[in-house]
Design a protein around this ligand. Structure first.
Ligand code: PEP
Length: 250
């Protein structure tokens, strides 16, 4: 059984006080939930404050990125050790905005995945195709290259130690969502690939999230699909009411 996971990616939004306010509001609105796991990924500057607030709850903490070294002369970077120290359980890696604006390629993502796994952080590995790639029917090829590339440095030792987020780039922040059936087709492909790479048991345990304009009114249809195990939510996670409705998708 794969427990559904809903992750809020706040991107570069919210100061410490705004983040604290929003997370308190979320906790109040979400209430007690045991059937869904919820993680919040604030910007680095708000991790500590959010960590303290979440410590009394079942909600978990995620980071949006990290560097692959444990420590050293790497000005401006954050290490996996630092994220563990702040009680992060997950780290988002290879997000398309990192790939597009900050030069994270498959090689860098592989180093990050390997370092996260070594530190006991669960990578949320983001993959997905551009609109052009979809139109040229390259979706499977792109997603396979990204997943094989990211796992080049080492495989997780269990299915629970890895999360994949399928995020078609044309759906991120655009209001366009893949239909549940179109998303499921790619999730199913990813599942078969993971079963090949990790073995049938572990490959079947990896949670595969969908991301790209997930909203309260489309989440349920997506979550009904066999291989969609949760959502990575950007824009709609910045509003407590919307995010709560997504979490309570059932
Ligand atoms: C994201 O940034 O991972 C994302 C899916 O954003 P949005 O929900 O705004 O499309």
């Amino acid at each position: 059984m794969r427990k559904p996971l809903i992750v809020a990616n706040w991107k570069m939004y919210n100061t410490v006080s705004e983040a604290s306010f929003l997370v308190e509001e979320l906790i109040g609105k979400i209430g007690d939930i045991s059937s869904v796991e919820v993680a919040i990924a604030p910007p680095f500057t708000a991790l500590e404050a959010v960590s303290k607030i979440l410590s009394e709850t079942d909600l978990t903490l995620a980071a949006q990125n990290m560097y692959w070294e444990r420590a050293g002369a790497f000005t401006g970077e954050i290490s996996p050790v630092m994220l563990r120290d702040l009680t992060c359980r997950f780290v988002i890696l290879g997000h398309s905005e990192r790939r597009q604006f900050f030069g994270d390629g498959d090689g860098e993502v592989a180093l990050k995945v390997e370092a996260a796994l070594a530190e006991g952080l669960i990578p949320i590995l983001c993959v997905g195709e551009t609109l052009g790639e979809r139109e040229y029917r390259k979706t499977f090829e792109v997603v396979e290259r990204q997943i094989r590339g990211a796992l080049d440095g080492g495989m997780p030792d269990s299915g629970g130690a890895l999360i994949i987020a399928y995020e078609p780039i044309w759906a991120i922040g655009t209001g366009k969502t893949a239909s549940p059936e179109a998303a499921q087709e790619v999730h199913c492909f990813i599942r078969r690939l993971l079963e090949n790479l990790l073995g049938k048991g572990p490959g079947g345990e990896v949670r595969i999230l969908y991301g790209g304009s997930v909203k309260p009114d489309n989440v349920r249809g997506l979550m009904e699909m066999q291989d969609i195990d949760g959502a990575l939510v950007g824009g709609a996670s910045l509003d407590a009411e919307s995010f709560t409705r997504i979490v309570h998708f059932k």
